[in-house]
Design a protein around this ligand. Structure first.
Ligand SMILES: Cc1cc2nc3c(=O)[nH]c(=O)nc-3n(C[C@H](O)[C@H](O)[C@H](O)COP(=O)(O)OP(=O)(O)OC[C@H]3O[C@@H](n4cnc5c(N)ncnc54)[C@H](O)[C@@H]3O)c2cc1C
Length: 461
């Protein structure tokens, strides 16, 4: 407690008092993130709001002095316990470092502070005809720092890739308080190791991002969304491959199963067809003059693949309605039971049908409800399982199902996360898909960057 009090005093001297939170209630509020965990076991010692890089450097020095962890925090919306304060420490909140520093039409780049909201960057880029495609479903709240640390993807990954594909340069405060640059603001870079790739997806365990430069691309002139319904899941998955074979490149091919459709419609009536087994949400984009051409090809493929109904957006309102329905799945699922878990498994697309069927079989075996959505164009599935954590027996069955889903994913040449990360929640399973040699190298990398193990310790592996 003495160390704790001294730490708080030092933090208050370093930042202004209103930027340091330390009451029990305040610490409790920051012990968790959007992950639906069973219990909150440990609270942070303090939560600090940083306003500039120098303050971050000073906090790092204090963390080294007190040998206490630093857990960076954007919006706290990750779903793998990545912001969980496993062993107390200082939560570094970036909501006050939220400025877009430069948007360059000429370079087609954006340089931002880590607390910038992903959706806000998209809106600002759009104003100058540019586009930042990574779009986690909760892009209205999630931050650039958090999405870099989790290597976030989203619905548009199929055509445009994930956060990993847009980072050109990061300014990072290291575990010893130095400044490290991971790249440059040029569009290509073959100068030394690719540190950008190392830091994107590192979940705040290797360094603290205080500035990021991202590549932007031209904003597509037009976009439209179609929703195609199927009487079997297999038909819907088959349709994904058939669309791709036509050399059409939709921006999105997303999926909802019957449980997801019905649950969303129950809590967010959007006119979805609840008697269907599966739906694909397909977004096309490009020049206005190509939209009908693309749509006609896709509709004819969908009809050949036994789509039993197709809905289109004909205006912005309908476009938003379909997307809001798709993005509401987790929120809707959360209303079914006191808790909801979401997962993020991904396989090569050819094994997608087997994954979806296998997850359904496993959940049936363990008597669990599952709502499945996913970015199926990428082979990515998010099984969302409503659960009551107070029910010990249900929780036991859930843990068994979770482990079997990972075994199945590994058997189908897949991986445990395509976009959510591993955090605290999935670290005990990572050995199922990453071999021992690779894990040893990862541990050595962590030690090199963070010798005192102060940066978000006990995450990933
Ligand atoms: C309803 C819902 C829908 C979602 N949909 C998607 C989706 O479609 N696709 C997807 O990929 N994800 C999705 N997610 C997961 C989550 O939103 C993403 O991981 C998100 O980008 C995290 O951003 P955040 O600002 O909330 O980060 P946080 O949760 O605050 O932090 C995430 C990680 O980043 C680290 N971190 C934060 N800032 C920094 C920094 N400056 N430097 C170093 N490390 C830092 C934290 O320590 C932590 O490890 C969804 C989550 C929810 C709740």
């Amino acid at each position: 407690m003495l160390i704790n009090n001294n730490l708080i005093k030092d933090l208050q001297k370093t930042l202004s008092a209103e930027n340091v939170l330390s009451t029990m209630e305040e610490r409790y509020a920051y012990a968790q993130d959007a992950t639906n965990s069973r219990q909150i076991k440990n609270l942070p010692d303090a939560v600090v709001f940083v306003e500039n890089t120098e303050q971050v450097q000073k906090i790092v020095k204090l963390a080294n002095k007190y040998k206490t962890p630093i857990i960076c925090r954007g919006a706290g919306t990750n779903v793998v316990g990545s912001c969980r304060t496993v062993h107390g420490g200082i939560v570094l909140n970036f909501s006050k470092m939220n400025k877009i520093l430069e948007l360059s039409r000429e370079n087609m780049t954006a340089t931002v502070q880590p607390g910038v909201i992903v959706g806000d960057l998209q809106k600002e880029a759009e104003k100058i005809g540019l586009f930042y495609p990574p779009d986690p479903s909760n892009l209205k709240v999630s931050t650039i720092g958090g999405s870099i640390a989790q290597a976030s993807g989203g619905a548009k990954t199929f055509k445009y890739g994930t956060t990993k594909d847009y980072i050109l340069d990061l300014k990072v405060v290291t575990a010893t308080g130095e400044i490290l640059r991971t790249g440059s603001s040029t569009i290509k870079n073959a100068t030394g190791y690719n540190l950008n790739s190392l830091f994107v997806g590192s979940e705040g365990t290797l360094g603290i991002v205080v500035e990021a430069t991202m590549k932007l691309i031209p904003q597509p002139e037009s976009k439209k969304v179609l929703m195609a319904y199927f009487d079997t899941v297999e038909d819907s998955v088959h349709a994904v491959n058939s669309i791709i074979e036509q050399r059409i490149y939709p921006a999105t091919i997303d999926f909802m199963d019957k449980n997801a459709i019905q649950t969303v419609e129950k809590f967010y009536p959007a006119g979805l067809l609840c008697d269907k087994e599966a739906a694909l949400v397909i977004e096309i984009d490009g020049f206005e003059t190509t939209m009908n051409y693309q749509q006609n090809i896709i509709v004819s493929v969908l009809e050949n693949c036994k789509a039993s109904a197709i809905q289109y957006s004909t205006n912005e309102e309908e476009y938003e309605r379909i997307w809001t329905a798709r993005r509401s799945s987790m929120g809707a699922c959360a209303k079914m039971k006191p808790n909801v878990t979401t997962d993020d498994v991904i396989v090569p697309r050819k094994n997608l049908a087997a994954l979806v069927k296998g997850i359904n079989d496993i959940c049936k075996k363990y008597d669990l409800t599952v709502c499945m959505v996913g970015h199926v164009g990428d082979g990515s599935v998010h099984p969302q399982i409503p659960i009551d954590y107070r029910d010990e027996e249900e929780y036991r069955r859930f843990k068994l199902a979770k482990s079997e889903i990972y075994d199945l994913t590994a058997k189908l040449d897949g991986i445990l996360s395509g976009e959510h990360g591993i955090g605290a929640e999935k670290r005990e399973y990572i050995h199922k898909v990453i071999n021992g040699v690779a894990l040893d190298y990862m541990r050595q990398i962590k030690k090199t960057f963070d010798p005192n193990n102060i940066l978000n310790p006990y995450k990933i592996f």
